[in-house]
Write a protein that binds this ligand. Structure first.
Ligand code: HMG
Ligand code: MG
Length: 306
């Protein structure tokens, strides 16, 4: 029997985690074009935008318009980040059927990112979970700084597990563990998962790796071996958190899908269409993006033409 799952879910965060970090505002219609290209690649879940305060994240100040313009695509569910009840109200008004809440394993990043202590965050989330249960809206929850904090340094796996357990008990169907500034290595990933698996089953855990130091795929491989079946990634390696100094791009979706397909693991994603989406992202942003499979596969296309 293979030590890897037959199929995994790729959760696309480029339109949210990627575009939240762009200094230039990407026009709403360009965001929607990128989202359409990602959906055409067969991604089952796409985090399309974020209903945070527009002053805190100006690049996503058009969240309501993006949500209103989302297409209906069979097999793709669009989700959005919400930080509080006000964000949820906006998401529900826009018709979102799944949302993601987020908080940090470290106190200082939580405070800087959402202007609350961790305790106050749990309190603020209570009505959010209750309203989602009432409306039949699924909630995913991120635990940021799970591999280390840009302000505090090391974060104990027991802290990560404590936050993960609490959010799962509050009603999150999935817990996405975030390496917010891309500090993690595979041995550490085993330690984080050792702590978390004691409190949340691995089939409810997702890995959300930023690739700042090049270890994202290696950490995902550990996740695969440990029974994780959902992996977050961002088209062309876009991404970062403006309230986490040093955060750079997420693991590139094409790098992840290339590796998974090569290992015989199904994703339902069309890699060729994903390259189209990556090339569109480059055109819209006007620069070469970090995804490595994108450069190799797109390069192969132009070589084929010459
Ligand atoms: P605050 O200033 O403490 O908010 O911000 P407040 O509750 O005191 O309210 C102040 C005013 O803001 C009020 O308006 C509210 O209505 C309004 P007023 O009465 O003064 O007119 N307000 C809002 N307006 C629109 N949408 C809202 C909203 N909430 C309040 N949702 C807040 C607190 C959480 C809103 C703010 O800190 C915030 O928006 N932070 C977002 C930071 C962020 O988005 N960071 C990046 C995403 S996290 C990430 O990238 C990590 C992740 O990828 C995983 C990983 O990598 O680890 C997920
Ligand atoms: Mg992130």
């Amino acid at each position: 029997m293979s030590r890897y799952p037959d199929r995994v879910q790729v959760y696309e965060v480029g339109p949210r985690d990627g575009l939240q970090n762009e200094s230039a505002f990407v026009p709403t219609e360009d965001k929607l074009a990128l989202i359409g290209a990602l959906a055409a690649a067969g991604l089952p879940r796409i985090e399309a935008t974020s209903f945070v305060h527009p002053r805190w994240i100006p690049p996503l100040a058009d969240a309501d318009r993006v949500a209103a313009g989302l297409p209906t695509v069979e097999g793709t569910l669009f989700t959005a980040l919400v930080p509080n009840q006000r964000g949820l109200d906006r998401a529900l008004a826009a018709g979102m059927r799944e949302v993601a809440v987020f908080m940090s394993a470290s106190e200082t990043h939580n405070q800087r990112n959402i202007n609350k202590s961790r305790d106050a965050t749990y309190t603020a989330f209570e009505p959010v979970f209750a309203a989602c249960a009432e409306a039949g809206v699924a909630v995913r929850a991120y635990v940021s700084t799970a591999w280390g904090c840009p302000y505090e340094g090391d974060v104990a796996p027991a802290e990560v597990a404590g936050v993960a357990r609490r959010l799962a008990e509050m009603g999150a169907y999935a817990i996405s563990l975030g390496d917010t500034v891309g500090l993690g290595n595979p041995a550490q990933t085993h330690r984080v998962l050792d702590a978390v698996e004691a409190v949340v089953p691995m089939d409810r855990v997702a890995l959300h790796m930023h690739d700042t130091r090049g270890c994202a795929l290696a950490n995902c491989l550990v996740g695969l071996e440990r029974g994780v079946t959902t992996f977050d990634a961002s088209i062309a390696g876009l991404g970062g958190c403006p309230y986490a100094p040093g955060a750079s791009g997420n693991l590139a979706t094409e790098d992840l899908v290339y590796m998974l397909h090569g290992m015989g693991i199904e994703t339902g994603v069309n890699l060729d269409r994903l390259v189209d989406a990556g090339l569109l992202a480059q055109r819209l942003l006007g620069r070469t993006l970090p995804g490595r499979a994108l450069q190799a596969l797109a390069g192969g296309r132009s070589e084929g033409k010459s």
